[in-house]
Each structure stands twice: as C-alpha cells, then as structure tokens.
Design a protein around this ligand. Structure first.
Ligand code: OXD
Ligand code: MN
Length: 591
C-alpha cells in the first residue's frame, strides 16, 4: 500500500497489536468521504440534519463523558522528566508505551483500521510536516479530511520526504479510566486511546501541530503556536498580517473572521487560520506564518449573526456538528444562534426550556473546511506563508489587564506572553472561570519544558532582524456591575488598527511600567457607544494591583528553576522596579 518501509512496517505492527477486522488506506477522495458518511448514518454515529436548509450537514452525539480535552489524562513522555517540565504531566516512555499498548491490545477487533496520511500545511510548502493517523473511528477520518490535507497527496509527500509523525488512535471502550493521550516527542509519536473528542482524537491538531511540532520547532529553529492568523487590508489595498494567541474558547475564530465596523469603509479581513500558526524566520529577517490546518474545529455556542456572520454563513452546508441541539425542523442549534427554542438537547432528549440547562453542550463544535469561509485568504495556500507584523497575546480577565498594551522590546514581549493568565473555559474538562496562568495560550499544548520554550522564543532575536512587535489585549474587562466594558467582536478592529499603527511607528502611546498604553484618543471610537469613563478604565492600569500581579507571576516562574531564562528574570525585575513606589518617586523628582 506504500513504498515507505517504515510506514508499512508500523501498520503491520499495529494490526498485530490491535487486531482489526479490515484495513482501509484512505485516499481523501469525495467518494471515500461519502461512503464513510453513509456508514455512520447506518450505525447511528451520525444523524442527518435538515438537508434542505443544511445540505451535507450531519450531527454527531458523543459519549456524554467525552466532550472536551482531558488535560489530566494527557502526557508528554520524554526520557528525562525535566524536558517535559512542570507544565506537563510526565510518564517515562517505556511505562507509557506499556500502559497504553495493553489497552490497544485487541482494541480494534470487529472494527476497521483506517490509515490516514495527512499533511499539516500546504502540500508543497517546505514548512509543512506530514503525519499518519491510524484510527478505528470513521468520525475521526471524516473530521481529519476537513481539518487537514488528507489522503493520496499527503502519502506521496511522505514517500518523497521519508519522515512522518506516527499517531495511533482507538476509541477503546471510551471509559474515562482507560483514556490516555500520550506524546513521545523524541520518537515523533502519539498514542491516544479512549476518546473520540477532537482535541484528543484528531491527532493532526493539538497532538501533532502543537505538542510534537513545538518540540521539533525548537530543534529546527521555528515556532509552533496556538495562534490565529488574520490579514487586515486597508482602503489602500495593503494587507498586514497579525498572529494572535488566546486560550481555548476565547474568540480566536471570531477574530480571525471579523467583520469591520461600518465606520471602517474599505477595510477587509482575510482569514488565514483560526487556531494554529507555524512561524519561521524568513530570509528577509521577518517571521512568516503558515496555518498547518485546512479547516476549522470551532466552538458553536456564541457563534451568531452578530458575533460572527462569516462563520454562520459557512456552516450552512457540508459541516459536521458535534453535540449541538436541534430544532423542530431538524436544523442545528446552539445558544447564541437564534431565539428559537430547540426541540432536542445535545444528548438527543426533548429539551425543556424551563430546566435552566443549556440545550447545546458549552463545548459543542463544528468541523468545516476552511475554504467554505467567505473571508478565507488565498494566502493560506501559499507555500511561503504570510509575513507577520504583530504578535498579540490575550486572556479572558474580568479586571486588571487593560484593553491593549505594547511590550517595550522582544524580550519584554516574551515575558508578557509567558505571564498570560485567563479564566478557564469549557474546551477542557474541569472547572470553568478559574484564572490560571496560560503562557502564550500554550499551557495545554507546549510539548516541552516552558523554561526551555521561553529560552527558544528569546533566541529568535539573534536570528531575525525584523521581528514583529508584541502586544497584549483583553476583550473581556468588566465594570463593577459585571458588564463588559468593551463591545468586542468586529469592534476589535479598532484596537488592531492601533496595533498596526504602532508597527508603522505612528499610533500615539503613553509609556507605563507594564508597556506602552494607547493615548487617550489613539483608539478610534467614532460611532461607538462607549463612555469616556469606560475608555479611560480600559486603557489605564492600577499600580498596586499590578504590583500584586507581578509578585504572582514571579511565584509562577519559580517552578521552572534553572530552566528559567535569566533574560526573562531581568525583564521581570525591571518591570517590578518600574512599578515600585520608589520608582514613582524618582520619576516625580526628575520631572
Ligand atoms: C481547540 C482548543 O479546540 O484549543 O482549539 O481546545
Ligand atoms: Mn485551540
């Protein structure tokens, strides 16, 4: 089935271990996809949605215990535990292999083993990397076809390049106690069992394109990041690209396809990617980014005509929905889509609107090919990727973090990224709304020790002469009454306009200890119903609260011991020094 010996041998080994009834090498064709859909409709793994309103759309209802990423069951298995770092759960490779191989034994009896070759990134890009997922889930195969360049072309590239990431996946018995997502970066291998949920089971995504790729990227001198990539075209037709990292379910998809406010006539938004960016230093000294994915696996709740009209439009056809509710006439439904009361909840039971429960699961998802999005950029298919003008970090924080600020240097920006904190969301199993540190939005995804990772980020300064500026944003600031101060969504373009102005050395800013804040009138608020008081609150900082925050950040960094880069320590000390009361006094005296 393949000329690649390593691949053929590995498939044979897996067949021996898992004992599938049949083996299917996937070619990625439309016919193959349709056959899989038909099969899943027969077994009940998929339910047909209203084909008049939503042609080619289907619903998958997952096992109710399998609805999100399971960080507590996710391991990085490096030879030395320090290489995985305190940011990961670690298991010795031999122990991890033994543990999961015991679960894989005979796991595919009565099932088909699908061999899924895939390419992360444009098929001919030198920055793309390939993998093969062996899975017994047709749902995974159908999703991988939307999310990656999957099939014959990927296999041809693997046969040309010789190398690929090995990803073994089985649904197992779906029992949470027999669920593990193991990564072996030194072997470029992944073993995932017991879950069909996207983040655990579509191995090209988080497992390969972030955890394994971040490890490879460090060795090869590039970055694999949890970032959207968006192009902003001004009325003169110039396009500038921004890469932005936000924790899961914090609006990356919305930002990647935002609609400019009416006052921004002549502006256009181009979506390159909504979740992952691979960044390389170009010959010109700039950072160039590709989106390794070919589709969107987005959070459905909150996606509506007000918040993300581009997404609503692209979901009207050829989409696989997971754990959404359905309406009386069998259309997909979720909170934030319309005021209609759905007929069935995400488990398929009649929905009782008086129960106070959500009808769609809060982490219900859509899987859709990226080229269905009206704002999809043709540059997303470019082998070179796109040049990045600005990097933005952000988190979901009710208080403290201003709407936007700019780091004073690359090293300071790395520290800003390293100290990102955000409230947890439904994308991972666990309590929602708890503030946790999520450096570079990579807490669940960095495949190695964060100390080494920050060192790698810092080292780019030696290799890239024209690095982007780094910013931090917070769309989620609230007032005392618990209302959002900033309208968000399309209006975020106002903030991005200031970001890009700063990159061209124009936007007005005021220096503060934590970075450059927009000057009072620097953000265009024309046509926006926002009080000067709210705006003032959004772009100012509370010094005592920031002193406390820096103490907290320093405490967080301590766990990385001798892996923590000294250069970051110096940045931390500098900011703390500038925030201290004596620094304020000194500044006042010299004024
Ligand atoms: C995602 C996530 O699904 O970050 O993108 O969990
Ligand atoms: Mn994500």
């Amino acid at each position: 089935m393949t000329k690649n010996r390593a691949l053929a041998e590995w498939v044979n080994e897996v067949v021996e271990l898992t004992q599938p009834d049949t083996i299917q090498w996937c070619d990625g064709s439309e016919q193959e996809y349709q056959t899989l859909i038909e099969e899943m409709l027969t077994t009940g793994e998929l339910v047909e949605l209203n084909q008049q309103t939503h042609p080619g759309c289907y619903l998958h209802r997952s096992d109710p215990t399998d609805v999100a990423r399971t960080e507590h069951l996710t391991y990085v298995c490096t030879a030395k535990s320090e290489d995985a770092g305190p940011n990961n759960q670690w298991m010795a490779p031999e122990e991890a292999h033994a543990k999961v191989d015991a679960l894989f034994e005979g796991a595919m009896r009565g099932r088909t083993l699908y061999v899924v070759p895939y390419c992360m990134g444009p098929i001919d890009s030198p920055f793309s990397r390939c993998g093969v997922e062996l899975t017994d889930s047709p749902y995974v195969v159908a999703n991988m076809r939307k999310m990656t360049r999957m099939g014959s072309e990927a296999l041809a590239r693997i046969e040309r390049d010789g190398s690929f990431v090995k990803g073994l996946h089985s649904l197992g018995d779906l029992h949470p106690e027999r669920r593990f997502i193991m990564h072996f970066p030194e072997e470029l291998a992944i073993k995932s069992i017991g879950s069909g949920y996207g983040g655990n089971a579509l191995l090209g995504k988080k497992c390969h394109a972030l955890r394994i790729a971040s490890w490879q990227a460090r060795q090869e001198g590039w970055l694999a990041e949890h970032m959207l990539i968006v192009g902003i075209e001004n009325p003169q037709g110039e396009v500038r690209y921004i890469a932005a990292a936000f924790p899961s379910a914090c609006g990356k998809t919305n930002m990647a396809m935002l609609i400019p406010p009416t006052q921004f006539e002549g502006y256009k938004i181009w979506t390159v990617g909504d979740d992952i960016a691979w960044l390389h230093v170009g010959h010109d000294g700039q950072l160039w980014a590709i989106n390794p994915e070919a589709g969107f696996f987005g959070v459905a709740p909150g996606t509506g005509v007000e918040t993300n009209p581009n997404a609503v439009e692209m979901l009207n056809r050829d989409t696989i929905f997971t754990n959404v509710a359905v309406t009386e006439d069998n259309q997909p439904w979720w909170e934030g889509l319309s005021n209609e009361i759905p007929k069935l909840d995400w488990t398929g039971k009649p929905y009782d609107a008086t129960s106070g429960k959500k009808a769609a699961h809060p982490n219900s998802r859509f899987t859709v090919a990226a080229n269905q999005c009206r704002s999809y950029s043709s540059m997303a298919e470019a082998d070179t990727g796109v040049p990045i003008s600005a990097i933005i970090f952000g988190g979901r924080r009710k208080s403290l973090a201003p709407l936007v600020y700019e780091a004073k240097s690359w090293a300071h920006g790395v520290m800003v990224g390293a100290s990102v904190a955000s409230e947890t969301t439904a994308a991972a199993v666990g309590k929602v709304g708890v503030v946790r540190r999520d450096p570079m939005a990579m807490k669940p995804f960095c495949g190695y020790n964060f100390g080494d990772y920050w060192g790698h980020w810092l080292s780019l300064e030696q290799r890239a002469a024209k690095l982007p500026k780094i910013f931090h944003v917070n769309w989620f600031r609230q007032n005392e009454a618990g209302h959002f101060l900033w309208p968000g969504f399309g209006e975020n373009l106002r903030v991005l306009q200031w970001v890009l102005a700063r990159c061209e050395e124009t936007g007005d800013a005021i220096e503060s200890p934590i970075g450059w804040l927009p000057d009072k009138n620097a953000i265009n608020t024309e046509g926006l119903a926002i009080s000067p008081n709210a705006m003032e609150q959004l772009v100012s900082i509370d010094i005592p609260a920031w002193q406390q925050e820096m103490q907290d950040i320093a405490g967080f960094f301590e766990q990385f011991n001798d892996r923590f880069p000294q250069q970051l320590k110096r940045e931390l000390d500098r900011v703390m020094g500038e925030l201290s009361p004596t620094a304020k006094k000194k500044a006042a005296n010299s004024a």
